[in-house]
Ligand binder design. Sequence first.
Ligand code: CAA
Length: 258
Amino acid sequence: MKYENIHTSVRDAVAIVTLNRPKVLNALSHDMMTELADAVDGFEADDAIGVILLTGNEKAFAAGADIAEMVEKTSVDMYMSDHFARNWERISKCRKPIIASVAGHALGGGCELAMMCDIIICADNARFGQPEVKLGVLPGIGGTQRLIRAVGKAKAMDMCLSGRTMDAREAERAGLVSRVYAADVLEVEAMKLAAEIAGMSRPALYMIKEAINRAYETTLSEGLHFERRLFHAAFAMQDQGEGMRAFLEKRAPEWTHS
Ligand code: CAA
């Protein structure tokens, strides 16, 4: 598939996907999300790739779903096309770790897309928000569900009901983002983090991601049980023996991802 709304590149084991509609602050269109889903399909299937890094430009990660594309739609249009299902959610189904590297606006669908990723890091100029209320609607790609899990009810209600934005520091304090960097070093730091994670044992990464995501869906006792079973299963992996032996032999592990 030829991409017109995203740009992709590969650096060692890291796939970089850049949202690329700068004229509309990377507003998320149907075509862009189809391309993004296609890119995720490809990188997920590619054994050479360990981590996907999703980013925008210095002004915007994404300023939301494309309002021009939605303005004339009817409820039946939205329902029958199951708008925001399938390709829009593809990234949340990826088994490989995905890092969102956010500078500038991450609003509406942009904030929701970042929250579908596993880790959000951002520049000090980043702004996060769910301003859909100002358009007479509500978040439609998980904003009301994922934001509350990330920042708690008080801030999620505040942001969704007032449409206000959070700056990078507040987002870090609230637990929405894990690291904040000066805007001019974000790209380098994002790449460093992605490369570091891509250098780990792949099956261990998959298991960790699956176990953490299970915490969203289940009770603590079920989650602990699930984690314990995965932990036991990890001892069937060559990487378990290699990782532990390498530690004791004071050398770097050589992962076989098996
Ligand atoms: N959809 C379509 N176009 C958008 C857009 C969006 N979400 N956000 C920005 N643009 C366009 C603007 O229309 C403008 O286009 P023109 O140059 O052709 O006029 C261009 O991007 C630049 O935007 P501004 O001139 O508005 O830039 P600014 O710096 O003055 O303001 C902003 C930046 C505060 C982010 C402002 O653009 C804004 O409020 N954007 C809309 C944010 C929003 O409401 N997002 C939620 C969308 S709905 C949604 O996402 C639903 C969901 O849950 C999935």
